[in-house]
Design a protein around this ligand. Structure first.
Ligand code: NAD
Length: 488
């Protein structure tokens, strides 16, 4: 049985009150680990250690040291990729293929930020000859990093790599449902020669996250999760006006015009919605199809859905695993019922699959609800499960209006052979990412984040590093002379 601990000030330790939490496999509900469950008191110790480390010698590290550190971490991720992928699938239920892809992306993220950090040089500004004026980037300080359960280590990597690369110290709090890969990652960090307190792990629930958000000793909080927690973090951050980054939910339209390549659009509509059983913040669960091809498109999806292989993520043939928790399972089934009650037509799924192997665990059939209209709850709220809701539209203007009519703005996709129309839609959609004739790709080089209620700030890309820095104007007068302005 895996047992996890906290990592504070360079030491592995149990929570002060010895709290533990059983970690459960979403595939069969068996207990797979006992995780340390921290309290606010443990979080305070971790914050104090990170504060001491930031105010101490860590501030003297050079960009070369930090770039080397990120590259070393990437090498360790590669070394343990199979172990990490196994833990991620065990804890989240996602297929091993997806977890292996995550680990490759994580190592790439560390290498990308290593390169960016190494190229950081500040700027010398134009100034009088006796003055040196420089624009410098400096670390923000102690960073509290709070991550969700759907992409546990990937989301952590998007935060840890730029935070450490920019010279900050870190307290990370993964979701208490899925701490296993962040714990293993911390074991990799412990192999390195970092000063105590630079990297701290506290596993626990909302209270531990709230302590990070409220603490006056934390300078920045970067959070990925739901809008409810995001709002309380934003409020708590006013205590010391700490810097915040929020990556929140989405309600992401996947818009198919009649002139699209339909083979590709049908295929990607499934990929957009059922990747990781739809538990992706950018999942394309809101399918919008032009009227003239709507019925045929629904027909083609209906043929494919029963063929999707549901099963344990460790089996090679599995295409879709379970959802992560009992709570999610119940919530998704409730959303499907709410949709049917509002008049949506259940084409496929909407229930636990038949068979003995699916009796335990959080299994759901891939689900298609057709004839959804823009006003329905299922067209507006995030479902976060393997459910496609399909709406019909008659014109480009109608599609655009309906797609933008959501409080969220994380990601959208457009399918058309008319690239002028694709470009027009791409410009007019109010979303942080818009794909044309594709779904899901993201790279460390491109920014990730949302408009409107999908969040504040961006991760990845150059801006994803800049979020973890303060800008300083350093002005040095090399030949000071009295001015004689006042009372001379
Ligand atoms: P959640 O908000 O319940 O929890 C996220 C994290 O915040 C967890 O570690 C949790 O313990 C902690 N937390 C909860 N309440 C808190 C509080 N009041 N103060 C501080 N910390 C608190 O979200 P979740 O259910 O774990 O994740 C699913 C959500 O995350 C979905 O809405 C999804 O869209 C979103 N998400 C967004 C992105 C993105 O990039 N925008 C990526 C992945 C997930």
């Amino acid at each position: 049985m895996i047992q996890t601990q906290l990592y504070i000030d360079g030491q592995w330790q149990s929570p002060i009150d010895q709290g533990t939490r059983a970690i459960v496999s979403p595939a069969d509900e068996s207990v797979i680990a006992q995780a340390a469950e921290a309290t606010r008191a443990d979080a305070r110790l971790a914050i104090a250690a990170a504060r001491r480390a930031f105010d101490g010698p860590w501030r003297q590290t050079t960009i070369r040291d930090r770039a080397r550190l990120l590259n070393k971490i990437a090498d360790l991720i590669d070394r343990d990729a199979e172990k990490l992928a196994h833990l991620e699938s065990l804890n989240t239920g996602k297929t091993l293929t997806e977890s292996r892809t995550d680990m490759g992306d994580i190592a790439a993220t560390f290498r990308y930020f290593a390169g960016l950090v190494a190229s950081e040089s500040g700027a010398v500004n134009e100034a009088p000859h006796h003055v040196i004026s420089r624009t410098l980037r400096e670390p923000v300080g102690v960073c509290g990093l709070i991550t969700p359960w759907n992409y546990p280590l990937l989301q952590a990597a998007w935060k840890i790599a730029p935070a450490l690369g920019a010279g900050n110290t870190v307290v990370i709090k993964p979701s208490n449902l899925t701490p296993l890969t962040t714990h293993h990652f911390t074991q990799l960090i412990a192999e390195l020669d970092l000063p105590p307190g630079v990297f701290n792990l506290v596993t626990g629930g909302a209270e531990v996250g709230a302590e990070l958000a409220e603490s006056l000793d934390v300078d920045l909080v970067s959070f990925t999760g739901g809008a409810f927690a995001g709002e309380s973090i934003m409020k708590a951050a006013t205590g010391n006006f700490k810097r915040i980054g929020l990556e929140l939910g989405g309600k992401n339209p996947n818009i198919v015009f009649a002139d699209a390549d339909l083979d590709a659009a049908v295929d990607y509509a499934l990929n957009a919605a059922f990747f990781h059983a739809g538990q992706v913040c950018s999942a394309g669960s809101r399918l919008m199809v032009e009227d003239s091809i709507y019925d045929a498109f629904i027909g083609r999806l209906a043929e494919r859905l029963p063929r999707i292989v549901i099963g344990n993520g460790f089996h090679g043939e599995t295409q879709m695993g379970p959802v992560q928790s009992a709570q999610q399972h119940e919530k998704i089934l409730g959303m499907v019922q709410a949709g049917i009650a509002e008049g949506a037509r259940l084409v496929h799924g909407g229930k636990r699959p038949a068979g003995d192997v699916f009796r335990k665990g959080y299994w759901l059939e891939p689900t298609l609800l057709a004839d959804v209209t823009a006003g329905m709850k299922i067209a507006k709220e995030e479902i976060f499960g393997p459910v496609i809701t399909a709406e019909r539209f008659h014109s480009e203007a109608e599609a655009l209006r309906a797609a933008n009519d959501t409080p969220y703005g994380l990601a959208a996709a457009v399918w058309t052979r008319d690239l002028d129309k694709g470009n027009r839609m791409s410009r007019a959609l109010r979303f942080g990412t818009v794909w044309v004739n594709d779904y899901h790709p993201y790279f460390p080089e491109a920014p990730w984040g949302g408009y409107k209620a999908s969040g504040i700030g961006r991760e990845l890309a150059r801006i994803g590093l800049d979020e973890y820095t303060e800008l300083k104007h350093s002005y040095i007068n090399l030949a000071p002379k009295a001015m004689g302005w006042f009372g001379a």
